[in-house]
Design a protein. Structure first.
Length: 127
């Protein structure tokens, strides 16, 4: 085992929220225009973070949807189908990351239900 995500100095703390996404959020969905400058930051964030986030949260949907001519936004879905949506229009990749980290942190305060992606999967019982 390495020290990945445990170092609280500098970059380690910034990376740590990624490991906790599926504990706090059931799904992250990004909506972005494939060509508009206002969506450039969200596209860059998604492309540069997809592999790391999926590796740390393999069962959590981490999706991007193309929406031609629309302003970009991020939706976080929590338990009991609660959702939070934030506009990321015109933001840099770093600003988008800060908004996503806030959505993940907000999920820590949400009530968790049986549909949580980090819940233990119970064996199917057939009567």
């Amino acid at each position: 085992g390495g020290q990945g995500g445990r170092d609280r100095r500098g970059g380690g703390a910034a990376m740590s929220w990624r490991a906790y996404i599926s504990r706090n959020v059931n799904e992250l969905r990004f909506l972005a225009c494939p060509t508009s400058p206002s969506s450039a930051g969200v596209r860059a964030f998604y492309e540069s973070n997809y592999a790391a986030i999926k590796k740390l949260n393999p069962r959590m949907p981490f999706l991007i949807r193309a929406a031609e001519g629309k302003e970009p936004y991020v939706i976080a879905r929590y338990d009991f189908n609660k959702k939070a949506q934030v506009s990321v229009a015109g933001m840099s990749a770093a600003q988008v990351e800060a908004e996503v980290a806030k959505l993940v942190a907000a999920g820590a305060a949400q009530t968790r239900g049986p549909e949580s992606t980090d819940a233990f999967e119970l064996p199917l019982v057939v009567d």
